[in-house]
Write a protein that binds this ligand. Structure first.
Ligand code: NAD
Ligand code: TDX
Length: 344
């Protein structure tokens, strides 16, 4: 059993990282969090508003800055790193893969080396949890019964997923070669508050709120396995405290739905006809289907999703975007303009 006291959360101003910091603040009052975030286009300091300032230290900086990473680990007495920071959007990776290689690959390498140095120079073993994605496994056919498991072969499709796959391999290598105390989770598609308006669900909700027709890639037959972000946060905590070092855990909530079904649900719950959307260009090389078999984390760590009612979670998410226009509005026009240029 591991008891985190001083967390370093990289990417804590992004979607899942910010939800994780709020989740820690609400559920684990004895834990102090240091956030390291570069505040790229995807990061927003305001996503951490409301967290008790006595329990949060925010540092704006880059995970590729080794001196900074080493200093934070040492001076802040960090015992646990939860590594969310990444370039996370597939469409962006197709336009320009370079920041994906830098942040996702070199950034992860830099953090691993900083953890190794703290152990070798100061004798402090720091737990390192790497946040990854089911996309490293490639895709499944729409109709095959198979789901991804911890032993599925890596087969990433996009520059984004290839960079995440590379980062997973680095984490395993630093465990095996240098004995770092690492764990990895590969989670399915998250939804909830604070998700950037470039992503599928928030894009459609905020389009409707802004009077723009929702945009469906291709025929919308691709399937994603949706999980509420709070269930992902809970799973990460289970792994930190009860997970076995060196192991990988898949996280998913049996939430498979086609994109067109999700879009129709959003339209009808927001009071619009289910066909009030446009078909736009599909994503080149787009993955057809993801599906997670989460039996390992359920069996070994007793984790269960608590937000299994997707319609309810979607309603809460729609409400959140309705009441937080000040949060999403500043990013909206530039995001839509970028999509327009790609025919999305
Ligand atoms: P996001 O794009 O919303 O947030 C990423 C955060 O990382 C931002 O705050 C950004 O400022 C920060 N960041 C980017 N580059 C940085 C750098 N070089 N140094 C420091 N900070 C940097 O992403 P997200 O959706 O919250 O995803 C978080 C993690 O979870 C990623 O590793 C992603 O691969 C993984 N993941 C996401 C999903 C999903 O559905 N969103 C599913 C599974 C796994
Ligand atoms: O406007 C849109 N219309 C549309 O039909 C957008 C933005 C997307 N789509 C489709 C493409 C995908 O089939 O919706 C699906 C979901 O797209 P994204 O929200 O971009 O997510 P995805 O590519 O599945 O990746 C997400 O889940 C896995 C996260 O962005 C990744 O960071 C995570 O690893």
């Amino acid at each position: 059993l591991h008891t985190p006291r001083n967390l370093l959360v990289t990417g804590g101003a992004g979607f899942i990282g910010a939800n994780f910091v709020h989740w820690i603040a609400a559920n684990h009052p004895n834990v102090h969090v240091t956030v390291l975030d570069a505040l790229t286009y995807a990061g927003n300091r305001a996503s951490l508003n409301g967290v008790d300032p006595n329990r949060l230290t925010f540092v704006r900086g880059d995970i590729c800055d080794r001196t900074l990473a080493e200093r934070l680990l040492h001076e802040h007495g960090i015992d646990t790193v939860v590594h969310f920071a990444a370039e996370s959007h597939n469409d962006n990776s197709i336009l320009d893969a370079s920041p994906f290689l830098t942040t996702n690959v070199t950034g992860t390498y830099t953090l691993l080396e900083a953890v190794r140095r703290e152990r070798d120079e100061h004798g402090r073993d720091i737990r390192f949890h790497h946040i990854s994605t089911d996309e490293v496994y490639g895709d499944l056919a729409l109709d095959e019964p198979r789901k991804f498991t911890e032993t599925t072969a890596y087969n990433p499709s996009s520059p984004y997923s290839a960079s995440k796959a590379a980062s997973d391999h680095l984490v395993r290598a630093w465990h095996r070669t240098y004995g770092l105390a690492t764990t990895i989770s590969n989670c399915s598609n998250n939804y909830g508050a604070y998700q950037h308006v470039e992503k599928f669900i928030p894009r459609q909700i905020t389009n409707i709120l802004a009077g723009i027709r929702p945009k469906l890639y291709g025929q919308g037959l691709a399937v994603r396995d949706w999980i509420h972000v709070d269930d992902h946060c809970d799973a990460v905590w289970r792994i930190l405290t009860h997970g076995r070092v060196g192991e990988t855990y898949l996280v998913g909530a049996d939430g498979e739905r086609s994109n067109i079904d999700v879009l129709r649900m959003i339209l009808s719950r927001m009071g619009l006809p289910e066909d009030a959307f446009d078909h736009v260009n599909d994503r080149p090389g787009g993955d057809r289907r993801y599906a997670i078999d989460a039996s390992k984390i359920m069996r070994e760590l007793g984790w269960r999703p608590r937000h299994a009612d997707f319609a309810r979670g979607l309603d809460q998410t729609i409400d959140w975007y309705r009441t937080h226009e000040d949060w999403w509005r500043p990013a909206k026009a530039a995001t839509e303009e970028k999509y327009r240029l790609q025919g999305h």
